[in-house]
Structures are given as C-alpha cells and as structure tokens.
Write a protein that binds this ligand. Structure first.
Ligand code: KG4
Ligand code: ZN
Length: 348
C-alpha cells in the first residue's frame, strides 16, 4: 500500500502544494511564485506575501489534487511547513492545513522548512524530470549543505528524521549575500539566479575577495565580510571614476562564496566519515555550486547528490517528502499547531 502525502508550503514568497507518493515519487507539484510582486519593492514584503498567500492557497491546493488525478480520499496525510519563516505567511499555510485536516478528517503533520529542503534530495519526478531519467536515489547517512535566502547550515543527516547541525553562518545566509551583491551591481531581486547567469560571462579570478573562516569551527561560515568587500570595491571604483566590469564582480564574488561552501562541506563529510555529500536550498540551484561540489566531493572519493533544479527553491513536494518520514515515524500535529518563525532543525 502506498502512502500519498499532500505537502503545503507558504513560509516565504511561494504558495505551493504537491502530492508525493512514498516520500519519493512526485505526483503533482504546483508553485505560485510571488516574485514578480516583490520585485517591485526589491525584496519580500511580509505583509504583501501574507495577502498573496491568502488569495492563492485554495486554488494551489485544489490544482495539486486535480493534477495528481486524486480525490481527498486518496490523501493519507497533510504535511505543512510551520517554521522557520515569516510568521504571517506561515500562518496562512498552517491555518489552511488545520482546516482541511479537520474538515476531511485526515492526519496532520508539521514540517520544518529546512528539513523539507534536505528531503528534496529524495524526490523523483517521473513525469517532468529535467533529464527524463530518474536520478540516482540517495539514502542517509550523508552530509548536506543547506544554503537558502535565510539559512546556511552544514547538516549531518543520520536518518530520515535525524538531523544534527555541524556548521552554521555567523551572520548573513549565502543566498542573502547573493541577493545583496546583486542589488549593489544593479541586477535586482532575487539576486541568486541573476548573479549565476552574469557570472558565466565574467572572470572568477579578476578580483580577489576574502574567503572567510570564523572562530574555531572549521565548518562555520561568515558572508558579511565578502559582501562588504564587494561594496567597498564598487565604492572605491566609483570614487576613482573607474568603470566596473559587473560580470567580473559577479564571477569573483560567486567563486569566493562557493569555494567556502564547498570546502567546508566536503571537509565535514570527510571528518565525520560520510560517504555522500548532498546539496539543498535555493542556492543549490546555482550551476557553479553544483559543479564545484561534485568535483570536490568526487576528488575525495565521496558520492554527490543534489535535487533537480525545480525542487531546490521553495516547493510543496519537499514538504510532502519530509512529512512522509515524520508520518511514518508516528508524529502527528493537532489543531493547536502554530507557526514558529525561528524553528530550529531537529526541534520537535
Ligand atoms: O530556499 P529558497 O527558495 O527560499 C528560502 O528558504 O530562503 O531560497 C531562495 C534563495 C534566494 O536568496 C536566491 O537568491 C537564492 O536562493 N538562489 C540562488 C540561485 N537560485 C536561487 N542563489 C545562487 N544561484 C542561484 N542560481
Ligand atoms: Zn526555502
């Protein structure tokens, strides 16, 4: 008997729902992105995000069930992101999921958004896969870099619901640094994909930006120094009346961030005797990060895995995948489930 989970995600600026079978097979995946709305303001406006989620959530869920060619009878549990994220947006998803669970008498499972990003690695999209070939499957244990707009962590995944943070950022998240540098060179929001694209035309060795290590942990990160170094470089050039080659700035900045992300993650995997390294979170969509991690992991004899591009940024399928494992572990949320904006990995 297979288990179908409906996953609901509203923690930031994507209203998303998906149906996933047995934690791996994506049956439907509907994402309504609010990016065009927030682009007008240069970043996510929480109040506007909440309103957009209210407007779209019912349609998105209905479409996810329809595209799966299912009815509510076929859904074994509803999984919803309850943190971390923006409190208003989270509450829309949580309230909707609770109402549906109650009305349809279906079990409810609360999911940590970051754990959802990690579980995107298990997803196999038979209908819409990029390559049409099911990706090689991955199973715990492995070392995972989670890099998104709000988080940068190295996480040891010992089992499907067992996570330990090995490294973390002391200041900005990697995606945040991409977004801020993009704004500084006039690329707009969201910056990550735009820096990624422009960097392909630039020289990554043109400018030497710092590769920061912090304190006494070899696995921690700090990205505020490199962000400041880029801003100083741009200001310095402006004061001297020099023209800036934006592609070189993008390529050099990106290379500096990725060197640190890849080296710390591969080192953590080696030190903790892991045989596999994985990537997760919005920044995992970065083409250079994907290539670099693969090269450096394989150079150490490790296997490498990353989610398909569509499952790197926020989506409902990853929440359904994480929810499946919580459900199988017997964890259930009740109607008191609340949004927890600063929910930590591994917290229940
Ligand atoms: O995981 P996500 O969709 O939302 C959060 O949970 O934060 O990640 C969004 C972040 C943004 O900072 C965005 O700029 C970054 O992921 N991002 C990228 C790329 N695509 C998205 N960063 C670098 N290269 C990319 N191709
Ligand atoms: Zn995310």
């Amino acid at each position: 008997m297979s288990t179908n989970i409906l996953g609901i995600e509203t923690s930031c600026d994507e209203t998303a729902a998906a149906v996933v079978r047995d934690g791996r097979e994506v049956i439907s995946n509907v994402i309504y992105t609010q990016i065009p709305t927030h682009t007008l303001y240069g970043g996510v406006v929480p109040e506007i995000a909440s309103r957009e989620h209210v407007l779209k959530i019912n349609q998105v869920i209905k479409k996810a069930i329809e595209e799966a060619e299912m009815t509510w009878e076929d859904i074994d549990a509803i999984a919803v992101t309850y943190g971390p994220g923006l409190v208003g947006p989270l509450l829309i998803g949580v309230s909707t999921a609770k109402a549906l669970a109650y009305a349809k008498d279906i079990p409810l499972v609360g999911v940590n958004h970051i754990e959802g990003h990690i579980c995107a690695n298990y997803l196999e999209d038979k209908k819409n896969g990029e390559t049409g070939v099911p990706p090689e499957s991955i199973e715990p244990p492995y070392m995972c870099l989670v890099a998104s707009g709000g988080h940068s962590h190295i996480v040891r995944v010992d089992d499907y619901t067992d996570y330990t943070i090995i490294g973390r950022t002391h200041d900005d998240a990697a995606g945040e640094a991409f977004d801020k540098v993009a704004r500084a060179i006039g690329l707009g929001y969201p910056g990550g994909p735009k820096v990624d694209k422009l960097a392909r035309e630039g020289n990554p060795k043109a400018i030497e930006f710092p590769r920061a290590s912090v304190g006494d942990s070899p696995y921690d990160f700090s990205f505020s120094g490199i962000k400041s170094a880029v801003l100083n470089y741009l200001n310095g050039a402006e004061m001297k009346g020099l023209e800036v080659n934006k592609a070189d700035v993008a390529a050099s900045f990106q290379q500096a961030v990725i060197d640190v992300l890849a080296d710390h993650t591969v080192q953590a995997a080696v030190d903790y005797n892991m045989k596999t390294v994985a990537l997760a979170g919005g920044v995992a969509a970065n083409s250079l990060l994907r290539e670099t991690m693969k090269e450096r992991a394989e150079a150490k004899g490790l296997k490498f895995h990353c989610p398909e591009l569509i499952y790197c940024t926020d989506n409902g399928a990853m929440i359904a995948a994480a929810g499946y494992h919580e459900y199988k572990a017997g964890r259930r949320a009740d109607l008191y489930l609340n949004a927890i904006p600063n929910l930590k990995i591994g917290e229940r």
